[in-house]
Design a protein around this ligand. Structure first.
Ligand SMILES: O=C(O)CCC(=O)C(=O)O
Ligand SMILES: [Mn+2]
Length: 199
């Protein structure tokens, strides 16, 4: 059975590479995985502290890993859970497509347009020198923004559709920042999975 569309766009950027596959999963497969992950994930509400004030992070998260070690980003320490059967299956499909192995996945649940993910790079030292990050999107479309840290003309947007797979590689996490901004549009929930190799 032909499960995956091979339509794939490669975007060569200064100091980075992105590939985008809009229909990595069919919309039916993506809807089903969304429902499974929405119900079966132990979603956490983390807090962030900025200038001594504590706020709820504007999304819910969960971390799964084949290694038990904690993972810290933006001063948040996450305790991974073991991979579920559904997540192992999608991990293996993505590894085949990306020709890379992953041992961890961070899940984000954006409940509506008010949920977001601010400018950052996936550059924690546990991810190694030039990490390949594979990002699967399920549910509502959101706009992914990315900008070069130094070349101000290098600023781009990509709408991430239901069932799409975005792969960031090369030196992207050194030289670029990315974000999912809030939107005033009335939109539904979205789950994003970023597969990573944590050393
Ligand atoms: O939701 C997305 O598409 C991006 C998520 C992300 O950048 C992250 O979790 O590091
Ligand atoms: Mn990121």
């Amino acid at each position: 059975m032909d499960l995956f569309s091979t339509e794939k766009t490669t975007i060569n950027l200064p100091n980075a590479q992105i590939t985008y596959q809009p229909h990595f999963l069919t919309s039916k497969q993506a809807d089903k995985l969304f429902q499974t992950l929405k119900s079966n994930t132990n979603w956490r509400q983390d807090t962030i502290t900025l200038f001594g004030k504590t706020y709820n992070q504007p999304r819910l998260t969960a971390l799964y890993s084949t290694i038990g070690r904690t993972y810290t980003y933006s001063n948040i320490t996450m305790h991974p859970e073991p991979f579920s059967k559904d997540l192992l299956k999608i991990k293996s499909d993505i590894e085949n497509s990306a020709a890379t192995k992953f041992n961890s996945v961070l899940l984000n649940l954006y409940r509506d347009g008010k949920d977001s993910n601010g400018w950052h790079a996936d550059n924690e030292k546990e991810l190694g020198e030039n990490p390949t990050i594979a990002s699967l999107s399920l549910g509502a479309e959101r706009v992914f923004h990315f900008k070069h840290r130094k070349i101000k003309s290098q600023k781009h947007k990509l709408t991430l559709s239901n069932g799409s797979l975005l792969i960031m590689s090369g030196k992207m996490q050194h030289h670029w920042l990315h974000q999912i901004p809030k939107t005033k549009k009335q939109i539904g929930e979205r789950i994003n999975l970023t597969f990573r190799q944590i050393f």
